[in-house]
Design a protein. Structure first.
Length: 293
């Protein structure tokens, strides 16, 4: 319905499609409200129902039919475009918080709401026959009412319409989707839609993921630090090995030099003989002596 579509800008963002309303079986005509109620119950007891959508069905003589106080736990009721002239047959529904009555022909009788839906927070009367500010006066007795929608009602054409309504109904936060400072209302009610819980859950998950990432980063840093320490140890060992090798080379060189100096002190023949012995050769003079023998 047109009234439901307009609600996307703020205020009551409800539609029959959202609640899975059964439109089948209406054909070219309108299904009677009582029959529609039976279909919507789907073998449930009235006391088990919290949300009820009766959009586009047919009311008898412009009045509500089939709805009773047995729907004691009802929190949301939508009756868009059902040709209502009066809401005098509205039963006592203490838990009802949101009432959608757009695109009907209601012109007054709003005192019924204060009597039978005392905890109402959202009311949509857009597209009805409300002409005067005084028609809204019974709504003063709804202390929890903070959103009212009067789109396409003649009353909206009056001079100082918004200021007058906010003055008449000080408990209101939003009128036609905007507050007194022209700030637009949220598209929907987080508490009713469960969006708040989803956001909290998502934030919780994100928080956990961030904590996990922090833990992983800490572990990576620890691993890097350990690797750096190992590299430092290895470098230290290499340096020590290098020192040891240099010392060993110096010692060997020292020994060689000592041997050379000792050889220099020997007579020439003895030195030559020693060198030959080191190389595993015999002295030629020794060979000659052997031959003479």
């Amino acid at each position: 319905a047109a009234g439901s579509a307009r609600l996307g800008s703020g205020g009551l963002a409800f539609s029959s499609a959202r609640f899975g309303s059964a439109q089948a079986g209406t054909g070219g005509g309108r299904m009677e409200m009582k029959k529609r109620l039976t279909l919507e119950l789907r073998n449930k007891k009235p006391g088990e129902v919290k949300e009820l959508v009766l959009d586009n069905c047919r009311s008898d003589d412009g009045k509500i039919v089939g709805l009773s106080s047995d729907f004691e736990n009802l929190e949301f009721l939508s009756m868009i475009n059902v040709n209502l002239l009066s809401i005098s047959n509205l039963p006592k529904l203490n838990k009802l918080r949101k009432l959608e009555l757009s695109d009907n022909r209601i012109s007054g009788g709003l005192e019924v709401l204060a009597e039978r839906t005392p905890n109402l927070t959202h009311l949509n009367l857009s597209g009805n026959k409300i002409k005067d500010i005084n028609t809204l006066e019974p709504l003063k007795k709804l202390p929890n009412l903070h959103s009212l929608d009067l789109f396409n009602c003649e009353v909206t054409m009056l001079i100082n319409y918004r200021e007058s309504v906010f003055t008449l109904l000080p408990q209101l936060t939003y009128l036609d989707g905007f507050d007194a400072d022209e700030q637009e209302a949220p598209d929907s009610d987080p508490e009713a839609d469960g969006d708040g819980l989803e956001d909290e859950y998502e934030n919780g998950e994100e928080g956990e993921e961030e904590e996990d990432d922090d833990e992983e980063d800490d572990l990576d840093e620890e691993v890097i630090d350990e690797e750096d320490d190992e590299d430092d140890d290895l470098e230290g060992e290499e340096e020590e090995d290098g020192v040891d090798d240099e010392e060993e080379d110096e010692e060997e060189d020292g020994e060689d030099e000592g041997d050379d100096e000792a050889d220099d002190d020997l007579p020439r023949g003895e030195k030559r003989k020693r060198n030959l012995e080191d190389e595993g050769e015999e002295d030629p003079e020794d060979e000659e002596d052997d031959e003479d023998d």
